[in-house]
Design a protein around this ligand. Structure first.
Ligand SMILES: *Cc1c(COP(=O)(O)O)cnc(C)c1O
Length: 374
């Protein structure tokens, strides 16, 4: 096997992958219209449904070639019936992106703004649902990757259902990391991207959702040629293939990643991510860094950290120092607030974080930042 340098990615995806997943991409050239290729798609789609404990008779995975945002685009634009409105629970950069998708398609939607650093107010959500019987779906980001906030999806889903709407949640930064059960959490549609939870490559993304609603959406207005959920679903049902050229090598990597996912096991994998986050938090506390969110409201996969107030702090310098030594840290995603993020996804474990903090301390020292920070 070719030796590939192992980098520790602490950015919120793509994540660190195993060598076996990297190497799974090296396959003989194949035309994806061959039966042999279609045969690897069916079990892959079933596995993706299984990860969120759904019955493949009721839920299906519809694959798209693109980064995670393609699924947001597809779900938001394809699942709104005419005369219906979307309700977006807006409490972070990713739900704002969903609002942008609505704007770009000219869709009617209600943006319910909620604090970025706390759980949304369920009563407000209920009020909006009560006042607007024409809401077709409620949209919420499961885990706001910009801040690390975990949303109460189960409760929001129950409200949506009580008022005759269905629930779409963007699980891109939680799927295959935090155990999710679509039935228990009232989820009709969720989504993810291969470079995050399953620890594979960028270029393959999937919407997982209820077949009966996808079937209904056949009669919803079609707003996109390429990003239409029903069109892609129907093509899969008829042929077992993606409508247009799939990301062939990325799919081989995803297949290997799923083998490794089920080998590691849902619980063990979540425990590992928690171990990694505990190691991240230990370093934060020891160095005296401050997080944006209280830990009780975090999903436990992203730590959003404020820039230290030390005049010598320089993100670029610290980033470059760490990067040269194989560790990638990532800027924050909160408007008007300087910060950076450390994320617990990927094929890493606590010893990688211990090694990272050593390098980070050296980087602070090299920049002349006082440790501990007070
Ligand atoms: C990563 C991510 C996405 C997708 O981002 P891409 O850059 O398009 O892959 C969408 N939603 C959330 C919550 C994410 O964390």
């Amino acid at each position: 096997m070719v030796k590939v340098k192992r980098n520790i990615l602490l950015n919120p995806g793509p994540s660190t992958t195993t060598d076996t997943v990297k190497m799974a991409q090296v396959v003989p050239d194949i035309c994806p219209r061959e039966k042999e290729f279609a045969q690897i798609m069916a079990p892959l789609r079933e596995d993706l449904v299984k990860i969120v404990h759904a019955d493949p008779k009721e839920y299906t995975a519809v694959l798209f070639c693109g980064s995670g945002t393609i699924c947001m685009d597809v779900a938001v634009n394809s699942l709104l019936d005419k005369d219906k409105k979307a309700l977006i629970v807006s409490n972070g950069a990713y739900s704002q992106r969903a609002c942008d998708v609505c704007r770009y398609y000219g869709l009617p939607f209600i943006e319910l703004k909620q604090p970025l650093d706390d759980k949304p107010d369920l009563r407000k959500i209920e009020e909006v649902l009560k006042e607007n019987p024409d809401i077709g779906y409620v949209y919420v980001t499961y885990h706001e990757t910009g801040t690390g906030l975990l949303n109460p999806v189960k409760e929001i889903g129950a409200l949506a259902h009580r008022y005759g709407a269905f629930l779409i949640t963007d699980t891109t930064s939680a799927y295959a990391m935090i155990p999710i059960n679509v039935y228990e959490e009232n989820i009709d549609f969720c989504m993810a991207s291969a470079q995050k939870g399953i620890m594979a490559m960028t270029g393959l993304s999937y919407v997982i959702g209820r077949r009966n609603i996808i079937e209904q959406s056949k009669d919803f207005p079609t707003r996109s040629y390429y990003c239409n959920l029903y069109m892609q679903y129907e093509y899969f049902e008829k042929t077992g293939e993606m409508h247009f050229t799939p990301p062939v090598q990325t799919i081989y990597a995803a297949r290997q990643a799923l083998i490794e996912y089920f080998n590691e096991g849902e619980e063990a994998k979540w425990k590992r991510h928690q171990r990694v986050m505990n190691a991240i938090r230990k370093g934060i506390d020891e160095i005296g860094l401050k997080e944006v969110l209280r830990r009780e409201v975090q999903a436990g996969l992203v730590a959003a950290i404020d820039y230290p107030e030390d005049p010598n702090w320089d993100f670029e310098k610290v980033h470059d120092y760490c990067y040269e030594r194989g560790f990638t840290i990532y800027p924050g995603k909160i408007d008007g607030r300087g910060g950076f993020r450390l994320c617990a996804l990927g094929a890493i474990d606590e010893e990688d974080i211990t090694a990272f903090w050593e390098v980070f301390r050296q980087a602070l020292q090299a920049a002349g930042v006082q440790v501990p920070i007070n």
